[in-house]
Ligand binder design. Structure first.
Ligand code: ZN
Length: 196
């Protein structure tokens, strides 16, 4: 009799656990029907001395698979529409790194109305973002994973700021990749405002 009661209690506990888990899953699946796709143009910076990227088109698509794994937390999917080679002179790129933004946005290969990402070898940081103009610059030489740097900078383009917990994507300088529910909500709202 005692054994039967113990068995029933264990069974009830197991069923409750399964119910709780199912609830969690269906809670997260709330975004399932509402994936947001964001078009991106990738620029491979070619410059003869120090700034030229070593990435090629295949590297870019591999990198974005990993970026999208992170951003799937918010059902946000970046679609690389085009990979173009963007040629710069060293002087031009120096000026750009000094803050001459017009130099980029007035170029023929800059695509307005979508995210533009420039991959260069060296950019004085892991990445630099210009949310108002919708573009970001990513270095080949990064202190964290390059796809994490890219996902982080895309977070800035979607209006996210740095956070203090290193497990999170928006922590500055770790491989953290978690997005909070608040960040996901804000990023999704900003996608609609800026890139839809
Ligand atoms: Zn940052």
């Amino acid at each position: 009799m005692g054994k039967l009661i113990v068995l029933i209690i264990v069974a009830v506990l197991l069923v409750s656990l399964v119910l709780i888990k199912t609830n969690e899953i269906s809670g997260n699946a709330a975004y399932d029907k509402d994936e947001i796709f964001i078009p991106v143009t990738v620029h491979l910076v070619k410059e003869k001395s120090s700034y030229g990227t070593s990435k090629d088109t295949e590297d870019v698509f591999e990198l974005f698979e990993k970026v999208n794994r992170i951003w799937m937390q918010g059902q946000i999917i970046f679609i690389v529409e085009d990979v173009v080679v963007s040629e710069f002179s060293k002087e031009e790129f120096d000026k750009f790194l000094e803050g001459d933004i017009d130099l980029i946005v007035t170029r023929d290969d800059f695509r307005g109305g979508m995210i533009n990402i420039y991959f260069a070898r060296f950019v004085n940081a892991n990445g630099i973002s210009f949310p108002a103009q919708g573009f970001t610059l990513i270095g080949d030489v990064t202190t964290v994973n390059d796809f994490r740097t890219t996902a982080h900078e895309l977070g800035h383009l979607l209006g996210l700021r740095h956070v203090s917990s290193r497990d999170y994507l928006m922590f500055k300088g770790s491989n953290g990749d978690i997005l909070s529910q608040e960040e996901i909500t804000l990023a999704r709202e900003n996608v609609k405002r800026f890139y839809a």
